[in-house]
Design a binder for this molecule. Sequence first.
Ligand SMILES: C[S@@+](CC[C@H](N)C(=O)[O-])C[C@H]1O[C@@H](n2cnc3c(N)ncnc32)[C@H](O)[C@@H]1O
Length: 422
Amino acid sequence: MSDTGVQARRSAVYMLDQVLGEGKLMSELLGAGVLDRLPPDDRARAQRLAMDTLRGLERADRLLQKHLSRNPDLTVRNVLRVGTVELCQGGAAHGVVNAMVTLIGGHSRYGHLKGLVNAVLRKIASEGPEAWTALRAPRLPKWLRVPLLQAWGSDAMAAMEAAHFAGAPLDLTAKTDPAAVALAVGGTVLPNGSVRVTDAGQVSAMPGFEAGDWWVQDAAAAFPVQVLAPQKGERILDLCAAPGGKTMQLAAAGADVTAVDSSPPRMGRVTENLARTKLAAKTVIKDARAITGTFDAILLDAPCSATGTIRRHPDLPHAKDGSEFADLIGLQAELIDHAWSLLKPGGRLVFCTCSLLPDEGEVQVDEALERHGDMTADPTALQVPGMDSGWITSEGGARLRPDYWADRGGMDGFYIACLRKS
Ligand SMILES: C[S@@+](CC[C@H](N)C(=O)[O-])C[C@H]1O[C@@H](n2cnc3c(N)ncnc32)[C@H](O)[C@@H]1O
């Protein structure tokens, strides 16, 4: 990090302005290179500060509101929020306050607010982290909280919000030997064979990355392929494949895999991942609805709201407002119907989404079962290591939530169903 850390903090504030003011996702900002000019340490620091602030936004605002008579402009609020989060995470008061005062002092529009930032952050520092920890886990914004509360109830909601606030460890999927990977990276093997690392540093510097012994994949995201149970030599279609976590699982099982994604840059990542892990799959850049042929089994990891990944992407509930979801739900149904037309009789389709919304999971499958007389849901396929029988839903799928495996560090939210064609 540079001497005072002002650059990293300025970049964190910029990203918060973009997420909260312009509805941009962090992944879009990073993809556009907003941190590229910073040294690596500052880059990591800026990203961590922005993520931590988004996770703790409600807490920061509650502490700040006591010291503000008026709501300042977004940029000033974000300067105060970043400072508050740092102070409440145990940052040295002198260093944090000085850096934030320097930052605002150098701002062309808000430079005159140095005194305000100094006074407010000093008060926050004097209250100490105790005031922070006494507050409840931050709640999701209403647009998402209301439907989730309705779907899962208040206890589940509180548990999911605690999981979102806690963040996520790093999970890996081993190409062949989870125990050996766990030993090499200092991780533990989870009940489904994923390897969990609680204090990971830079992923590409970890043992076995260059050799392609593993890839990053949340434990919940590893379940769909385990449910599909690919067999050696089976013709398997992987629809919506990028960046390729599930493609690699299928290929590692020895299946004859065709991976399809409509996004050329995202498919580039599949190709890179396959090369690094020395695994083989045919890659096709196309809209999944334009694919032809017949397959033994199909995995459809449909594009969705990604509301199951908020532990890792705390920007999502703040950048989005749910207005795009109706289109996605329609696309998911079209993708299920097209995938069904490509499946041989007796074949299986595993449909999954990393969503917490029933409309993108349980309801989607319920409606597909009504549309297709030759479709049945097969809950027995869900009996794979690590899958809890309590996660099975009435229509025969599995509902995974971020508060499951809480004592082990949680998992992403997912919905998975195995659909058999008669
Ligand atoms: C949830 S991600 C897939 C994750 C991937 N299966 C994995 O395990 O790494 C959804 C993907 O669907 C792709 N996609 C969206 N609409 C599509 C379409 N109509 N046809 C094909 N791919 C599509 C997106 O580019 C995105 O890569």
